[in-house]
Design a protein around this ligand. Structure first.
Ligand code: GLV
Ligand code: MN
Ligand code: MN
Length: 589
């Protein structure tokens, strides 16, 4: 067994030799990293090796990429792979390919090499180290073949770094205390969806407020909280609340958590990571008999995404005492009101106001969340400290024109609601391209009851406008609303608008950011601060207490609100180590 202290104390040639298998046929990487010794921990060693790869010339990077074998390629078939590659390819069953899979991979390898001039590289052990399925490998290969060359070079280098990370874990006999459990828990609850996936090749994870899948997820979170040693219950809006109590007299409460509902066809980590990761930490503390000097409360917020009803942050608004009870009369697309949905789930809506916490008892709220964007990924960073969460304005817009015959109505006489909507979409795009951190999206666009031969008489669309600076956002909202009025007047289309979200930007508390930053540095990682463009429960919690957020790197180019959202067990491990250290060294204001 190789140990970190051996690697720190041996001569440079031995160091290079011991790390020979970490990067395929590329001893120059450990040779250069050797100059950075000694390493405080395995994370620092990993980082130093990765930095050598990042700092190398493009020729060296392409050489490294080309030093890798094709997946299930000729070298694999004729047994010419390095020992590491042989075991990795076997772990995902690449040696068991059917003739059809083998032919598909053969063609993909050829097409990829032709297009890019280097072999396709994928860490086939996957995000949790357990091995990707052949189906997942082929799907990834097919998808990445459509990428641009520069993006593929960057992705191959990231995959090489991931392969090296897994190999280094094996070499040093490292075991992860938290990451694999968290990843497994995410998988377990990702299997429960509102959609019927039985006939589909691609699983669609949709978990909307108070559906059977949602309630099953809540029950599972409750079980895990109790198993971990927490006092736990489900409150009247469906929040799953667990407390790890302190023995300290007069202890106050530090809260954490995130949401367990999802968007339609979601990823597995958005929201859920921020519930499951702290549960894994409490389980660890409880097993060690270790208490904290404050009550540690984890909330699995029942609703944040606004999928089923025209409202968001239902869970966190109840906790802050800002739940709008008139929302209970809102109906979903099937006409079921929120009140009926809650009643059917056995909740007593009269108890919602009592969910509100007393701010005087709170020490703050911290939320761990996958970044959902490419910032950390592109900088090769595992974790980031959020500076502020962008504010957002959302509207539902209904346009009413005049339905009439598509063949007989002259172009000059039309009152086409969809054409007005099209202008609005482009107006949002054009106006929201004009400001730092300003973004605008029309995510829903419908022609209800439309027919191929009828001019659209009605159109419904949504607006979502966000910015870090509230003044920038509100100025853009004003321009867009004025523009919509002008477009509709010109086209003789009636417009009605309903604002469904008006959330101010939420700055994170410097004292909590500083404590996260220090814990990140103690873990051997650099501190990096970034803005959150996505909305989070921490925004709502900021109304009653100081908040901070820890972001984890989001793989696959940073894609989220999509099944391709991904992260690794190693990143979940580092986020857990950092949150645990943050808790142990927490200093109240
Ligand atoms: C929530 O995920 C949002 O930012 O829309
Ligand atoms: Mn989301
Ligand atoms: Mn989220």
């Amino acid at each position: 067994m190789t140990t970190l202290s051996d690697l720190n104390s041996c001569d440079a040639a031995t160091f290079t030799d011991r790390l020979r298998g970490i990067y395929e046929h590329s001893p120059w990487i450990p040779e250069r990293a050797a100059l950075q010794r000694p390493f405080a921990n395995a994370t620092a060693l990993k980082l130093a090796l990765q930095e050598v790869v990042s700092a190398a010339s493009l020729d060296e990077q392409l050489g490294l990429t080309r030093a890798h074998p094709e997946l299930a390629g000729k070298a694999a078939v004729s047994g010419q792979l390095t020992a590491e590659s042989t075991s990795e390819q076997a772990k995902s069953g690449l040696h068991l390919c059917s003739a059809e899979e083998f032919a598909t991979l053969h063609q993909l390898n050829a097409d990829y090499n032709d297009k890019f001039g280097f072999p396709f590289i994928l860490a086939v052990k996957g995000p949790d180290g357990q091995g990707l399925t052949r189906r997942a490998i082929i799907a990834t290969f097919t998808r990445r073949l459509k990428n641009q060359r520069a993006d593929e070079i960057a992705e191959c280098l990231r995959q090489i770094k991931r392969i090296a990370e897994l190999r280094l874990n094996d070499l040093l006999g490292m075991t992860l205390d938290f990451g694999p459990t968290i990843m497994q828990w995410c998988e377990t609850i990702a299997a429960w969806s509102d959609t019927d996936n039985s006939a589909s090749a691609d699983f669609d994870l949709t978990c909307a407020y108070m559906t059977p899948a949602h309630r099953k997820t809540a029950a599972q979170l409750l079980d895990w909280m109790r198993d971990a040693g927490m006092d736990a219950h489900i409150d009247a809006v469906g929040n799953v609340v667990g407390v790890y109590r302190s023995d300290a007299p007069d202890a106050k409460t530090l809260m954490t958590g995130s949401h367990y509902d999802t968007v339609r066809n979601s990823g597995k980590y958005d929201g859920r990571l921020g519930i499951l990761l702290p549960i894994a930490i409490v389980r660890h503390l409880r097993r060690r008999g270790e208490k904290l000097p404050f009550h540690f409360e984890i909330v699995g917020f029942a609703e944040e995404e606004g999928v089923r009803f025209k409202s968001t942050f239902l869970g966190s608004n109840a906790v802050t005492g800002h739940f709008d009870l008139s929302l209970l009369d809102q109906a979903d697309a099937d006409g079921v009101t929120m009140r009926e949905a809650l009643l059917a789930a056995g909740h007593d809506v009269a108890r919602i106001p009592a969910i509100a916490r007393d701010p005087a008892q709170l020490l703050g709220f911290v939320e761990v969340h996958i970044e959902q964007g490419p910032v950390l990924l592109e900088r090769d960073l595992v974790l980031g400290v959020v500076t502020a969460i962008a504010g957002s304005s959302r509207y539902l817009v209904e346009l009413t024109g005049l339905a009439s015959h598509a063949g007989t109505t002259p172009m000059t006489m039309r009152r086409d609601a969809a054409a007005a909507a099209a202008e609005i979409v482009l107006l949002v795009e054009q106006r929201c391209a004009q400001g730092a951190s300003l973004v605008g999206t029309v995510g829903q666009l419908q022609v209800p009851g439309g027919s191929v031969n009828v001019i659209p008489g009605a159109c419904k669309l949504s607006l979502d406008i966000r910015a870090a600076d509230d003044a920038v956002r509100l100025a853009a909202v004003k321009d867009v609303l004025d523009g919509i009025a002008a477009i509709c007047a010109r086209r003789q289309v009636e417009v009605s608008m309903q604002q469904i979200v008006d959330a101010s930007a939420a700055p994170c508390a410097p004292r909590l950011m500083q404590q996260f930053g220090a814990a990140i540095e103690r873990a051997g990682l650099p501190r990096f601060d970034l803005l959150s463009g996505a909305g989070h429960d921490a925004m709502a919690m900021a109304r009653i207490t100081d908040v901070a957020m820890l972001f984890t790197r989001c793989g696959n180019g940073g894609i989220s609100h999509n099944p391709l959202e991904t992260m690794t067990a190693d990143d979940a491990e580092l986020a857990s180590v950092v949150l645990l250290d943050f808790l142990r060294s927490f200093r109240p204001a």
